[in-house]
Write a protein that binds this ligand. Structure first.
Ligand code: ATP
Length: 298
């Protein structure tokens, strides 16, 4: 009996550890309070060719039944950056949750290189997607392990490369034990900008075909934000990337900007084209320009 008890006890320990790390992963998506409730029954192989993502006539309501997205169509062209902008509550983050399949669409479909994401196993889907969330959660572990989490077999050279590309050298140099410094809630506390750089480094290690960046809203000062956006631009170059943007000034260079209002794409185009169209985007732009001028005043 005792012999049986020990392994069971051990299994219980393993189970709790796995459950805790799953919770951590979900917190990375800021979705702790949202139980993924989709069936993982897709069996097709996900064949990534160019990495194009299409939202086709998507309709969606959360459990409370209120429709959040109405017949929304969007294309993330392969190798290009699409910025999603729009007012608070417009449905921008909901698009990310649907792409990661924390929920399934009510109507329409989401395709990656022509394949419906419901037809492939969750694990295959998640392996081609990467996210830099607004608020990155760090494990109570060393800086190195926090990076290796994205690619456990990464070489020392790869780690050094991503540290440089995510502009983390100063942080590593200033940590008492360098990469062996324990960070997280019970270790060295890092700033919002530093945590975002770590998330960028993880993305660089994983190198997923499709990258999602959820721009931080208030946690970064504008200088840090500019630095982070420059790093994101470098990382995203040549990849299929979606940037959920709150400040329009950070995405003026995007290949395409889609304006989402009340669950629909109301306009899309380049920054210049949207300004010339003098519609929603132009209004948002002038409102944000105005508030930044006022904010700059002493
Ligand atoms: P913000 O710019 O403020 O982050 P957003 O454009 O990303 O907003 P979403 O977070 O996608 O907007 O939310 C769209 C709508 O869906 C909002 O009205 C929000 O209240 C609602 N919503 C979001 N999550 C849930 C949920 N789990 N259950 C019910 N309603 C939700």
């Amino acid at each position: 009996m005792f012999q049986l008890f020990l392994p069971l006890n051990f299994l219980g320990f393993i189970y709790r550890e796995i459950k805790a790390s799953m919770a951590n992963i979900e917190r990375m998506f800021e979705l702790l309070d949202e139980q993924p409730a989709v069936p993982d029954s897709g069996t097709q192989t996900l064949n990534i060719n160019r990495g194009e993502v299409r939202f086709e006539s998507v309709g969606f309501a959360y459990q409370n039944g209120r429709e959040i997205l109405h017949n929304l169509s969007l294309t993330l062209s392969a190798g290009k950056t699409l910025a999603i902008v729009g007012g608070s509550g417009a449905g921008k983050s909901t698009l990310t949750k649907l792409l990661f399949r924390f929920y399934d669409v009510g109507r329409g479909r989401i395709l990656i290189d022509g394949q419906d994401i419901r037809d492939v196993p969750q694990q295959a889907l998640r392996s081609v997607l990467g996210i830099v969330p607004q608020d990155t959660v760090l494990f109570n572990d060393t800086l190195l392990n926090n990076l290796l989490y994205a690619k456990p077999d990464a070489s020392e050279q790869e780690i050094q490369d991503v540290i440089r590309m995510a502009h983390l050298e100063h942080l590593v140099a200033s940590c008492p034990d360098g990469l062996q410094t324990v960070v997280g809630e019970r270790g060295l506390k890092l700033s919002g900008g530093e945590k975002q750089r770590i998330a960028i480094a993880r993305m660089l290690l994983k190198r997923p075909a499709i990258m999602v960046f959820d721009e931080a809203t208030s946690s970064l000062d504008s200088r840090t934000e500019k630095g982070i956006m420059a790093a994101i631009r470098e990382v995203a170059a040549g990849h299929t990337a979606m940037i959920i943007a709150h400040r329009l000034s950070t995405v003026v260079d995007a290949d395409c900007i889609a304006v989402v209002e009340q669950g629909e794409v109301v306009e899309s185009g380049t920054h210049q084209a949207l300004l010339a169209a003098n519609g929603f985007y132009a209004q948002l732009w002038s409102a944000q320009q105005q508030s930044s001028v006022e904010g700059d005043q002493p």
